[in-house]
Write a protein that binds this ligand. Structure first.
Ligand SMILES: Nc1ncnc2c1ncn2[C@@H]1O[C@H](COP(=O)(O)OP(=O)(O)OP(=O)(O)O)[C@@H](O)[C@H]1O
Length: 208
């Protein structure tokens, strides 16, 4: 499928600073795009634009050939966005968070206990998330990736706080998603340790 996700002439201004301008971007099914850049370069701002959570100062973003604004509901159903923050309900347990996502995003049934076990959270399923470590909270947050059917994933620093084993597990999950014709945009400060044949990188320059 061509024209899966395309951005044309994007500009983003924050606090009178031009983070980027005239930025073009294209993503096809099966592709992984890694956005790189120094702290403050505008990576999260770009991801938020691409997720439809904020509006560019100039340019447009098309999903399957149509502007995001005319298909907000379809785009939301096609997207799994996980931001900088974990996005979990800290008062709820891991099991309750999964039940919440399943209801909110109308996800099909799957075995939550087994999923959490495979993410190294066995025995912690019923602990309120506020009592979990940073890496464990991140694992709960990323559990969404094993549940969602959305073809487009936009992930802001998903490896933060994860140990090596969890990083490898997450990259295996990327492979499966890409093999199933999914697409991923990710920001990371470190190089991906596994080989991704479809990987492209984009560097955002820090501008004063
Ligand atoms: N909503 C906002 N209002 C005002 N300024 C903002 C807003 N969002 C981001 N900024 C500013 O835009 C700049 C880029 O922020 P952004 O979070 O996109 O950078 P980043 O490349 O993701 O950085 P990091 O690697 O530190 O996560 C920063 O200087 C930040 O202060």
């Amino acid at each position: 499928m061509t024209d899966f996700l395309r951005a044309r002439g994007l500009s983003c201004i924050r606090q009178d600073r031009v983070l980027f301008q005239a930025l073009d971007l294209e993503l096809s099914p099966g592709q992984l795009l890694q956005i790189q850049g120094k702290n403050g370069a505008g990576k999260s701002s770009l991801l938020r634009l691409l997720a439809g959570l904020s509006t560019p100062d100039d340019g447009e973003i098309l999903f399957q050939g149509q502007p995001l604004a005319v298909q907000a509901e379809h785009y939301a159903a096609s997207l799994c966005y996980i931001g900088h923050h974990s996005g979990i309900h800290e008062q709820l347990t891991a099991m309750e968070n999964i039940a919440f996502w399943r209801a909110a995003y109308q996800l099909p049934y799957s075995d939550s206990m087994q999923l959490l076990g495979s993410l190294g959270l066995a025995g912690l399923e019923d602990v309120p998330c506020r009592m979990l470590s940073a890496g464990q909270q991140r694992r709960v947050s990323l559990a969404r990736l094993w549940l969602t059917k959305a073809p487009l994933w936009i992930l802001d620093e998903p490896f933060t706080a994860l140990d090596q084993q969890a990083i490898q597990r997450l990259q295996q999950c990327f492979h499966q998603h890409l093999a199933a014709e999914g697409a991923i945009i990710v920001t990371t400060h470190q190089a991906l340790s596994q080989d991704f044949p479809s990987l492209r990188t984009m560097e955002l320059a820090y501008r004063w």
